[in-house]
Design a protein around this ligand. Structure first.
Ligand code: GLN
Length: 280
């Protein structure tokens, strides 16, 4: 079978397994199995695919057909133009989360001290540090296994980020100019309705936001007050239906200038506000 035929039949197979982005996934699995770039593929489409590549490619297609996420098969996901190592111990970085990073960047003064809570793969903290090496970036997660991956990513991408294992802010001291987080925010009951790739392969711990999905927002909003500088920013990624609730929670918690920011699809995606110490 030549490369062109293999790609076509791979996509057909994935489509028959009802995989949403069948063509796209078949291509990435072929690229991964055959170490072949798009340009090379276009030149070599009619060439026979070596047997060992074909065997590996078929194996990967079968795994993908069983709804193992593409990123767990290739072991990586791109985020903010950087390649992050991922496995079943961390949430696969989502494109949507890039908006959180972009909004954070707009607000960070030179040399600011930043804390990323629930860092998972480390994608937020590491991309901030890569884009703005002047920042002093700390990242925490409750999961030691996630931190192992985050540290590995920071090392490979040469980003000088401090990682701390902590239940939110418990193990952290000092004041930050910004605390940002994409915490778990799916209501527990909703997890069972998510696509198989997510509900069986992303860590439950990275998805589960408690009965109403707001458990982490509630805690972070309360606990950040003693860890933010005057005028410091608190900035969250949220679920598309949580904008109003989370912004109210922040206002009730005495944060000011609270705003909801929409993503490119017009959905509420980020909430931001600042902390001014309450006058005694
Ligand atoms: N901060 C990480 C990310 O955005 C992990 C988030 C999580 O585990 N909920 O990908």
């Amino acid at each position: 079978m030549n490369y062109g035929e293999a790609l076509k039949s791979g996509a057909e197979y994935l489509r028959s397994r009802e995989i949403a982005d069948a063509e796209y996934d078949a291509w990435y699995l072929m690229e991964f199995a055959g170490h072949i770039s798009r340009a090379e593929y276009l030149l070599r489409r009619m060439e026979k695919m070596p047997k060992e590549v074909y065997i590996r490619y078929e194996e990967l297609l079968r795994e993908r057909g069983k709804r193992i996420p593409l990123q767990h098969l290739t072991g990586e996901q791109e985020f903010m133009g950087l390649s992050f190592t991922v496995n079943e111990r961390v949430l696969i970085p989502r494109q949507d989360t890039e908006l959180l990073v972009e909004e954070a960047l707009k607000r960070l003064r030179p040399g600011a001290r930043v804390l990323d809570l629930c860092t998972g793969s480390g994608c937020i903290a590491i991309s901030l540090k890569k884009i703005r090496p002047d920042l002093d970036v700390t990242a925490s997660d409750l999961s030691g296994q996630a931190l192992e991956i985050a540290r590995e990513n920071a090392k490979r991408l040469r980003a000088d980020v401090d990682f701390v294992q902590s239940d939110l802010l418990e193990e952290l001291s000092g004041a930050f100019d910004m605390i940002l987080s994409n915490p778990p925010y799916i209501p527990t009951k909703t997890i069972d309705t998510l696509m198989e790739e997510v509900r069986f392969h992303d860590p439950k711990m990275a998805l589960d936001g408690g009965a109403d999905g707001l458990f982490f927002y509630r805690r972070i909003i309360a606990e950040s007050k003693s860890h933010l500088t005057r005028g410091g920013w608190l900035i969250f990624e949220i679920g598309h239906d949580q904008g109003e609730t989370v912004s109210h929670m922040m206002m009730e918690g005495s944060y000011t200038g609270v705003r909801v920011i929409k993503d490119l699809s017009g959905l509420d995606r980020v909430v931001v506000g600042t902390w001014h110490e309450e006058d005694l």
